[in-house]
Design a binder for this molecule. Structure first.
Ligand code: IPE
Ligand code: MG
Length: 282
């Protein structure tokens, strides 16, 4: 379970946490760095738990270039139990690792706050809940607590949620237009009728092209490859692809500017690096 589901991702979240910690505490002992790494590993375990559930819910087939966990022979719906085993391991590791840390409860609370069960309506709300909090904010917040340095919490929070938004918008774009050989997964958002950056943009553009509204409504959210293809060609006709490229360039330029204006020099380079990794993930 651990080898198949925890190992093999990009480790963006754990590296953001460790990088942030190192920027805030330049004189940590080996032991302390090991403790911080254990907590960072918990973020990857959390990610594995989310992805297992997500893939069951979406009926996905591939993840990280391998079959999804629930698709392995003999796993099936036991995947739910396996996900919960991973989730409960987190608390054990945190309790064990942070036994003597004054911020142990605060760190545990950040983990407890991350929830897979949510149903907000607006795209930004969805993204804040499903991605930004655990992908960008939690690693930064946990590192700040472990380093006992929360001076720039508010600025970090704003940057983290913007990074998360960019990350999820990209994920939405790749789900629709990405190459499964590169992303390691087969997209399903159009068949599932998901509220994504791509579909929000399409709906916006349909206001200027009402003649396509019916085509969109009849084919979006249908479990058929033919319908999926029809929606995809409509998206191309509406230039949603070009819109994304422009959005990504503008948004990341603005975000880079926010980071450059950030007061804390050491953190600046961690955030800049993290952002550049997000931008090069295709
Ligand atoms: C995918 O996350 C799920 C989202 C929140 C969009 P990643 O793209 O970070 O997945 P791994 O861990 O690197 O495989
Ligand atoms: Mg997706």
């Amino acid at each position: 379970l651990f080898e198949h589901t925890v190992i093999g991702g990009k480790c963006s979240r754990s590296r953001l946490l460790v990088g942030t910690y190192n920027a805030l505490d330049r004189h940590a002992t080996r032991e302390r760095i090991q403790e911080v790494s254990n907590v960072a590993a918990c973020v990857e375990i959390l990610q594995a738990f989310f992805l297992i559930f997500d893939d069951v819910m979406d009926g996905s087939t591939m993840r990280r270039g391998k079959p999804c966990w629930h698709r392995l022979p003999g796993v099936g719906l036991s995947a739910i139990n396996d996900g919960l085993i991973l989730d409960s391991a987190i608390n054990h590791i945190l309790n064990d690792t942070l036994r003597n840390d004054p911020n142990k409860d605060a760190v545990s609370n950040v983990f407890a706050h991350v929830s897979v069960f949510h149903s907000p309506s607006l795209y930004t709300d969805i993204v804040n809940h499903k991605t930004s909090y655990y992908t960008c904010y939690a690693p930064l917040r946990i590192a700040m607590l472990l380093a006992d340095c929360t001076m720039f919490a508010e600025q970090c929070k704003q940057i983290a949620f913007k990074m998360g938004y960019l990350f999820q918008a990209q994920d939405d774009y790749l789900d629709c237009f990405g190459d499964p050989l590169e992303t390691g997964k087969v997209g399903s958002d159009l068949r599932e009728g998901k509220c994504t950056w791509v579909t929000c943009r399409a709906v916006e553009k349909l206001k200027d092209h009402p003649e396509y509204t019916r085509l969109f409504e009849e084919n979006f959210g249908q479990a058929s490859e033919e319908c999926e293809m029809k929606v995809k060609s409509l998206l191309l006709k509406l230039h949603v692809k070009e819109d994304f490229v422009r959005f990504e360039a503008d948004y990341s330029r603005a975000l880079l500017n926010d980071i450059e204006c950030f007061v804390l020099g050491d953190l600046k380079s961690v955030l800049r690096y993290s952002l550049s990794e997000f931008l090069n993930r295709k």
